[in-house]
Design a protein around this ligand. Structure first.
Ligand code: PLP
Length: 354
């Protein structure tokens, strides 16, 4: 079992070991049992994961209470996004996205020459579901709606009741790709996974999941999609095949059953978030209500200068996220790292630099 890292152990970074808060990674490192499974797999990694991939597939089907054939294993959720879009490219297709969301949807859609329709956000970057719905209704061709919930870089959720009626109404010529990469960090009970709708038979949803975040396995590249059997068959044509990272598959299988690590992973993020919320409040910086392992706040100075100032103190923070000029995304590191970050930010404030 695990305890949340001691709060009195401030992590002191240096130029070679900066605090990396720029990629929404999990600073804890993966579960020790999953790590051991990956290590044990190395000597066998001259082979393909022929036996292990079906086991992971089965385990995930059980987890979501769906048929084995409703799961597609992918190399991270990135391959899920790419294959989901590829599977639904038809002539005259648009990708509908909020103007501020995870960039991979647009990135892959552009490769497939889709029209991109960006829907303006509501105040504080809240997603305008009605606006998305109108963008679909106004379009003559096929629509792929890419929804990230909780959203990145904003860290906020939209409530299930906001999209359920729309998805259940089965708008014609529309598929919903719902990316729930950060769902395990959510505290707000208004959020529910769309996997319930898939179980109920909604065949217009592709749910994308990843082992990169709560499971802390970003570098091992394991993710998966959940959808109807037919959609999964369609998507399967656009992934690299039944060939995933051997060590990643073994680690994922073990991590699935390490509930104590998953609980610890979430708790550590909750503690880190509290430290960051207090720091931002003390500094008078407006931030959005985070349901993820990162936070989105108004930059106290020009974002480029803020990033530089933090980097000089060995803290790496998020890039520009257009069109949110001068908003900053800071990933939540370990509590010890966030204590260091809090100290530096308070110091910079005292010196009048931020
Ligand atoms: N989806 C979202 C919303 C993300 O933020 C990320 C990574 O940050 C990904 C997907 C892709 O991650 P991976 O391919 O490691 O699963």
């Amino acid at each position: 079992s695990f305890s949340v890292p001691m709060l009195d152990k401030v992590v002191i970074p240096d130029v070679n070991n900066p605090v990396r808060l720029n990629f929404n990674e999990n600073a804890l490192g993966m579960s020790p049992s999953a790590k051991q499974a990956a290590i044990n797999a190395v000597p066998k990694a001259n082979r393909y994961a022929k036996a292990e991939m079906p086991l992971l597939n089965k385990r995930l089907a059980k987890h979501h209470n769906v048929d084995d054939a409703q799961i597609l294993l992918t190399a991270g959720s990135s391959e899920g996004i790419r294959s989901a879009i590829a599977a639904f490219v038809k002539p005259n297709t648009q990708l509908v996205i909020p103007e501020l969301t995870y960039s991979d949807g647009e990135y892959f859609a552009k490769i497939f020459n889709l029209n991109i329709t960006k829907v303006p956000s509501l105040p504080d970057w809240q997603i305008d579901i009605k606006g998305l719905q109108k963008a679909v209704e106004d379009y003559k061709g096929f629509s792929i709606v890419y929804l990230v919930n909780p959203n990145n870089p904003t860290s906020t959720i939209f409530a299930t009741h906001q999209i359920e009626p729309w998805i259940k109404s089965k708008p014609k010529n529309t598929i919903f790709i719902v990316d729930e990469a950060y769902a395990e960090f959510v505290n707000d009970p208004a959020f529910k996974s769309v996997d319930k709708l898939i179980i109920q038979g909604c065949d217009n949803i592709i749910l994308l999941k990843t082992f990169s975040k709560i499971h802390a396995m970003a570098g091992l590249r394991v993710g998966y999609a959940v959808s109807s059997i037919e959609n999964i068959k369609n998507m399967a044509q656009y992934v690299a095949g039944e060939k995933l990272n051997y060590c990643g598959v073994c680690a994922a299988l073990t991590s699935m059953d390490d509930q104590s690590f998953l609980t610890y992973s979430k708790k550590a993020v909750d503690v880190s978030r509290q430290i960051m919320e207090k720091t931002l409040s003390d500094l008078g910086l407006h931030y959005l209500k985070s349901e993820t392992n990162f936070m989105f706040h108004k930059s106290p100075i020009d974002l480029k200068d803020y990033r530089e100032l933090m980097k000089n103190n060995f803290i790496l923070i998020g890039r520009d996220f257009e069109p949110a000029t001068n908003w900053c995304r800071i990933s939540l590191g370990s509590p010890g790292e966030m204590l260091y970050v809090a100290n530096i930010m308070n110091e910079l404030k005292e010196k009048g630099k931020i």
